[in-house]
Ligand binder design. Structure first.
Ligand SMILES: CC(C)(COP(=O)(O)OP(=O)(O)OC[C@H]1O[C@@H](n2cnc3c(N)ncnc32)[C@H](O)[C@@H]1OP(=O)(O)O)[C@@H](O)C(=O)NCCC(=O)NCCS
Length: 158
């Protein structure tokens, strides 16, 4: 993690971010749109001239979807993923989303360290269920996880 900077992505980073996602077999759909509409909601990890990681948050109603979390395969397990996710979740807390949700097939044992717990896919708020990732982007086998803001109930909202 030494020498790594986490910063908001810009349009110039899009190709590198999409390449990282493709390398990890993660969907790229929607990243360009988030970057265009709310650039601060995509962060990249930079080492020297290289983008070695990316992560994004997609706003959905009163909640947010954490997505596109990726670290270059030869740069993993040095804290880069943690640094990006921690930064996005701090911003999510600052904005007071009711919950942050995600879908994963590969990192269901990694996200609990950030306070995420598994939830039924059918229990997520409607706006989250209607995101591209929930509707079509992720396999039915993907695990849904939620990190709810302190003090909010875990109940289903319309
Ligand atoms: C998941 C991912 C983003 C983690 O990034 P990272 O920079 O390697 O993670 P960190 O260095 O912050 O954390 C490393 C720790 O997490 C663990 N870990 C890393 N990936 C994990 C995974 N997929 N499942 C469970 N644990 C994982 C490591 O074993 C290490 O454990 P330790 O703290 O006990 O030593 C990265 O492995 C990755 O890009 N994976 C492929 C894409 C992916 O699965 N993204 C998530 C999709 S929603």
């Amino acid at each position: 993690m030494d020498g790594t900077t986490i910063r908001p992505a810009t349009g110039k980073d899009l190709a590198a971010v999409e390449a990282l996602l493709r390398e990890a077999a993660l969907p790229t759909d929607g990243v360009a749109r988030i970057l265009a509409l709310t650039p601060g909601d995509v962060v990249v990890a930079v080492q020297g001239e290289s983008i070695v990681g990316a992560a994004a948050i997609e706003v959905a109603g009163a909640d947010a979807l954490l997505r596109s979390v990726v670290v270059r395969s030869n740069g993993r397990s040095t804290g880069v993923g943690r640094a990006m996710v921690t930064q996005l979740l701090a911003e999510a807390d600052r904005r007071r989303y009711e919950g942050v949700y995600l879908l994963t097939t590969t990192a269901g044992d990694w996200f609990p360290r950030f306070g995420f717990t598994r939830v039924e896919r059918s229990s997520v708020p409607r706006a989250i269920a209607e995101t591209w990732e929930f509707k079509t982007g992720c396999a039915d086998t993907a695990v849904a996880m939620a990190r709810r803001a302190t003090g909010t109930s875990a109940g289903r909202r319309p």
